[in-house]
Design a protein around this ligand. Structure first.
Ligand code: FAD
Length: 182
């Protein structure tokens, strides 16, 4: 069930520890909670903003007039050489999980702060590697069409720090499957 809070200072959620209050704030861990939060915003004519790790955000001192939704689902499961992970999972914990299981492909992304969802949206990368090298598929909620959708790696349309999701802010990434090398 959705837990909605009022007047939440956003600074602790950002890597740079800056940012004033959100009028309304919800941490969501399931698609159902996300949909409930978006419906609350729509029903109450509130602007909404979605984030996750907070490492690529500069939040204004005056905060946000509306509902801020934090994607906080965070679990990752190994299946052979695939990792299925929630969008809110810290990228670093997925890198660690992969290396602990002898899976290669993400090691050059070690140290990039933020979540898997944020990394996919921005096609995060370092030292010549990018998250797109490992993405097999992505699940996202389309808040305009109000449907859950699955995207193949090709449909993600990755480019340099670019993706289909960045070009389509109505899409909220919920989870992804990564395919790695033994
Ligand atoms: C010290 C430091 C080092 C960094 N080094 C690198 C680097 O080497 N390479 C690199 O590529 N980046 C780097 N970054 C940038 C940042 O870490 C990445 O952009 C990261 O992938 C952002 O993920 P996040 O979860 O923190 O996103 P957030 O900051 O939470 O959000 C960033 C944007 O993504 C959107 N977003 C977040 N989650 C979702 C979601 N689930 N669905 C849809 N949209 C979403 C938000 O609306 C927002 O517009 C660095 C940042 C810092 C502070």
């Amino acid at each position: 069930m959705l837990a909605l809070k009022r007047d939440v200072i956003l600074a602790p959620f950002s890597t740079f520890k800056i940012g004033g209050p959100a009028d309304f704030f919800a941490s969501v861990t399931t698609a159902a909670e996300l949909i409930e939060a978006l419906e609350y915003a729509a029903d109450n004519s509130l602007k909404s903003f979605v984030f996750s790790g907070g490492s690529n955000l500069l939040i204004a001192d005056h905060g946000f007039r509306g509902l801020v939704i934090r994607i906080a689902n965070a679990s990752a499961r190994i299946n052979g050489r695939d990792i299925a992970a929630d969008a809110g999972t810290p990228l670093q914990s997925i890198v660690s999980l992969a290396t602990e299981h002898g899976l290669a492909g993400l090691e050059r992304l070690a140290g990039i702060p933020g979540s898997l969802g944020g990394a996919i949206r921005g096609n995060a990368g370092a030292f010549g590697a990018e998250i797109r090298d490992s993405v097999l598929s992505v699940k996202a909620y389309d808040r305009e069409a109000q449907v859950l959708r699955e995207f193949s790696a090709k449909q993600c349309a990755f480019g340099y720090r670019q993706s289909h999701f960045k070009a389509h802010p109505e899409l909220i990434i919920l989870s992804a499957t990564l395919r790695l090398e033994e």
